[in-house]
Design a protein. Sequence first.
Length: 212
Amino acid sequence: MTTHDIVPVKTWRSKFEEAVIRSLPSNLDERVAEEWIGDQESLRAVIRQALKRGGQGLKADDTVYPLQVDYGLTIEEAVGRGFYDLVDSDITSENFPTEQIGEANVVLEFLQPNREMIETEEVVHQIGKMNYRSVRPRELFALGEVYPFIQINFPVVALCCPSWQDQNGRCFFPALTGRKSKRCLELYLGNFIWSSNYRFAVVSKSARHLNH
């Protein structure tokens, strides 16, 4: 029996890191390199900006979801209408207040990440650039009430403004999620890295009634 050397399989990340190293100029000045080493935040910003050249970070789904939203409902009332199996205890009227009143007909759409990793800051930027706004909590909960099984297929997130901040200053956003056959209403950290499995619920800014 012949013994073969085990050759480690390189991951995409290690290959990418090697490609970045090879792309550095051979005559890179040591003093310049030391400046970048000492300013990690600027270095990260430059690299992230360079990686965005692959195109728009989000793409729109073809399906739309018409809804009638009652903005006068408390969060507890809106959530109760959805009959969820699991609800995060921090999803309350105190944490997600509103000054809106009345009812309105809105049409929700979904935006999906175009790549496997995208940060919240870029998602919010792309949503505005595409002439959308993120749905508000009561709009998201109305979606879960009227279309209850969507969240079993993929998580639906509302990057609403303002988000809720805990005592440590961390931002959280509500999301409709599914765990096997269970329908859940959960909170995601604002610094989450989103994959193409997620959908961001939005409404068009061009429709006047959507900005109620």
